[in-house]
Every structure is written in structure tokens, then in C-alpha cells.
Design a protein around this ligand. Structure first.
Ligand SMILES: Cc1cc2nc3c(=O)[nH]c(=O)nc-3n(C[C@H](O)[C@H](O)[C@H](O)COP(=O)(O)O)c2cc1C
Length: 305
């Protein structure tokens, strides 16, 4: 369930999902102006001060009627900037925070105190139970074939199982590349869809032109799931994976990001992440063009209002 006030601010029940090294202020502002929630990982900011600047910049760029901005906070213990980023989000009373890679238990109280809505991404039913216990206001269900870190759950089974026990906001992540898949997610019982790879291939995203070209040329057969890059299972374009690098050393934010924000290339920059949905992504429109098209397709597929 989402509130009527949130529904009224959205043209489509959709989140332009946060993507490491890909989502910057331009794609977020374009998404929010077009009527879908625009999200970015706080880790994409080089420093805590830059996070503060981005939030200020976005506030200035957007008019009062825009769809919400969501900041994505990696809550894994290896995130050394967690407390400092949290302090900025609380001080700026960020409307929506999405936690990932761990339970939101350690941040929910501070965020709720600032009036922030907290959604937590989860890849298993156990993760979902822990996030509900911690007081999350919404769950983002990461399903098989989603871009970035993901899980192995079947989306049909996962949404229906969660819906049996949870009346809060449910967001489905993985495989949403057109309006028909978004309509299907709503019919299934999700309140919103969460699309990453589709927004990676937009003009405003920070992905390199060669990366966007590879996503538009690829099929789902070019995507592999491996924990060898970040220590957690994540989806990558096979051609960008280092050969023979098969051993997982465990997840660590610093190792994943090393070099990402200045100078040396990082593991995340060398291996390019994308989901199964690459098979239906074959162009690089502006975000506004994409949202217009998704809205037409959503209506044609009978997507619920
Ligand atoms: C390049 C890339 C980077 C991502 N980085 C993040 C991230 O930093 N934080 C996060 O919570 N999810 C991240 N994700 C996952 C997305 O937020 C979202 O769950 C996923 O893209 C949905 O599946 P889809 O790609 O099939 O649309 C990333 C996905 C991609 C493709």
C-alpha cells in the first residue's frame, strides 16, 4: 500500500532505482520531474559534503510538485561513511531513504525521527522478516535477474508470499523494462516497480556511452550472476568480467568502491552490471521520453490506476 498523497504525486507507480556510479543528480531530477521516484546511492557522492550539495542542488532544480527523491544508504558494517551520510539525510529531512545490504535496524529510528520514510531492499523471506521487525515502511523485493546485487527468488512467488503477511509498501525489483512488465507487477500485488537497467540506458545517466551501447546490444543470455566482483551475488555483462576471477572475498564497501570516486578504476567500474531486462532495452532515450513511453505501454496493458 502507498499513501494517497504519494500516489497523487506519481505519474507512474515506478522508482528509477539507485545505481552505483550510474545515478547522478541529472537522472534523479529528470525522473522526479517526469513523475517517477528518482533514487541515487549516497556512495555516488565523493564526500559527505558532496551529498549535502547534491540534495541542495536537487531541491533547487525541482519545483514543489515533483515526485519524491530517494537516497540509497548501504547499511553494511563496512560502510565507514554510514553515520556521516545518515546525519546529512536526517538534517535535510530527506523524504525517502532506501537501505541496502543489511537490516535497517540501526538507522530506522533516526530516520523516522526526521519524518523520513524507510524502505529496505531484501532478497529472501528472512531478510523481509528482519526488515519488518526493524520497522521498515516498505520492502523492495530483489528478484532473480535484477541488475546490481540481487537474489534468486522468483518474482511471482516472492511478491505473493510477502503480501500474505505484510500490508506495507511492496516494491518489485528485477525485469521491469516496459509498461507491460510494470502493469504485471501491480496486478501481482506490488505497489510500485523498481527499474535500474532501463534507466541506465538513458541520456541523463552517468554510465559511459560504451556501457549504454553494450546494454542496448545485449540479450538476457549475456548476463551472469556472480559474487566474484563484490562478494555478494550480482548481475553483470559477461564480456566485462575479469577472466579467472572466480573467488569471492566477502563484501566490503571500500573494496567495491575503491577508485570509483577519483583516480583508479574500481572493481565496480571494470565489471559492468545490468539485469536480464537488457534483452528488451534497445535504445537510449531521455528520461522524459522513456517515462512518456512507459505511461502509454502501461495504459495499453491495463495497468491499475
Ligand atoms: C549498474 C547498477 C548499479 C546498481 N547499484 C545499486 C546500488 O548502489 N544500490 C542499490 O541498492 N541497488 C543497486 N542496483 C540495483 C538497482 O537499484 C535495482 O535493484 C535493479 O537494477 C532492478 O533490476 P533491473 O536492473 O532489472 O531493473 C544497481 C543496479 C545496476 C544495474
Amino acid at each position: 500500500m502507498i499513501s494517497v498523497s504519494l500516489r497523487d504525486r506519481l505519474r507512474l507507480p515506478l522508482v528509477a532505482a539507485p545505481m552505483l556510479t550510474v545515478s547522478g543528480p541529472d537522472v534523479v531530477a529528470a525522473a522526479c520531474s517526469a513523475g517517477v521516484i528518482g533514487a541515487f546511492p549516497t556512495a555516488n557522492c565523493r564526500s559527505v559534503d558532496e551529498l549535502d550539495d547534491w540534495l541542495g542542488l536537487l531541491d533547487g532544480k525541482l519545483d514543489a510538485a515533483h515526485a519524491p527523491i530517494a537516497a540509497n544508504l548501504i547499511v553494511h558494517r563496512s560502510n565507514r561513511r554510514l553515520e556521516a551520510d545518515l546525519e546529512v539525510l536526517v538534517r535535510r529531512r530527506c523524504e525517502l531513504v532506501i537501505t541496502s545490504v543489511g537490516s535497517p535496524a540501526g538507522v530506522v529510528d533516526d530516520l523516522h525521527g526526521a519524518g523520513t520514510t524507510v524502505w529496505s531492499d531484501v532478497a529472501t523471506i528472512r531478510h523481509a522478516e528482519r526488515a519488518i521487525e526493524a520497522g521498515a515502511d516498505g520492502l523492495i523485493l530483489l528478484t532473480a535477474g535484477a541488475g546490481g546485487q540481487t537474489g534468486a527468488m522468483n518474482p511471482f512467488a516472492f511478491v505473493r508470499e510477502v503480501r500474505r503477511r505484510y500490508a506495507g509498501t511492496v516494491v518489485l525489483a528485477g525485469g521491469i523494462g516496459d509498461g507491460a512488465s510494470l502493469a504485471a507487477a501491480r496486478v501481482l500485488g506490488a505497489d510500485l516497480g523498481y527499474a535500474g537497467t532501463r534507466f541506465l540506458a538513458t541520456r541523463e545517466s552517468l554510465a559511459a556511452p560504451e556501457y549504454k551501447a553494450m546494454v542496448t546490444a545485449a540479450t538476457s543470455g549475456d548476463i551472469v550472476l556472480t559474487d566474484a566482483v563484490t562478494g555478494l551475488p550480482a548481475s553483470f555483462l559477461r564480456a566485462t568480467l575479469p577472466e579467472g576471477d572466480a573467488e569471492s572475498a566477502g563484501f566490503d564497501v571500500a573494496t567495491t568502491l575503491a577508485g570509483a570516486n577519483g583516480g583508479r578504476r574500481s572493481r565496480w567500474q571494470d565489471a559492468w552490471s545490468a539485469g536480464h531486462v537488457t534483452g528488451v532495452v534497445d535504445d537510449v532515450p531521455t528520461v522524459a521520453e522513456l517515462v512518456d513511453r512507459l505511461a502509454l505501454e502501461y495504459a495499453a496493458a491495463g495497468g491499475p490506476a
